[in-house]
Design a binder for this molecule. Sequence first.
Ligand SMILES: Cc1cc2nc3c(=O)[nH]c(=O)nc-3n(C[C@H](O)[C@H](O)[C@H](O)COP(=O)(O)O)c2cc1C
Length: 219
Amino acid sequence: MNPITQTQALDVPSAIIQRRSIKSFKPDPISPELLQKLVELTVAAPSSYNLQDWRIVIVQDETQKSALSAAAFNQQQIIQAPVTFVFAAEPHGERDLTTILEQGLATGAWNEQVVNYFKTAVPQFQAGLGDKRREYAIKDAMIAATHLVLAAESLGLSTNFMNGWMEDKVKEVIGAADSDLAIAVLVPVGYAAQPRLNPGRLPLSANVFVDRISQPYQN
Ligand SMILES: Cc1cc2nc3c(=O)[nH]c(=O)nc-3n(C[C@H](O)[C@H](O)[C@H](O)COP(=O)(O)O)c2cc1C
């Protein structure tokens, strides 16, 4: 299947099975319409209290891509792929809480009681997290990144989750050097220039359990 002419989106199980970490990309650009679709599917991800504390930077400028690659130990995927999504997380983010609560009320997803509860519960919960705030914000950003990866695969593109980078350097590149922003993951997105080779997985009994960690799942 030629990914550029793929018009029928893959269903979720097919996208999950087909997805591979792609390290080599064609120079073909992603159309603005497709990019917008990817962004919308990415932020459709759930987040703790719907706070959406991810901060996503779409790096596509050639100079920015070079700087980002340098911050990622010169990994070439970033140079080759037309776009790299930088998933960052705002550990202290609750600045949009009012808008989030109003929206939930307006859509009918949350009633007055829930909204009033969240008004106090969310800041309390955030404060109670202490050192774990960063971890929680990163969880949300990682879930959004996973949405991107599967959406991209479904729409004929390929991706690579990337953890190999220096946080302070990545922050510098995206103009966040002096902020509390935590970098979660980098995801280059583009059209694969290599076959999707599957490195395989351990047997289910190695890391899936039933009820207790002592009872391996048997399929
Ligand atoms: C959180 C995370 C970080 C990763 N970081 C890198 C990376 O920096 N560079 C890279 O080439 N691959 C990276 N990978 C890709 C893994 O090597 C790859 O997912 C794994 O070998 C399984 O292959 P598959 O994705 O094709 O199933 C990362 C994957 C994950 C999930």
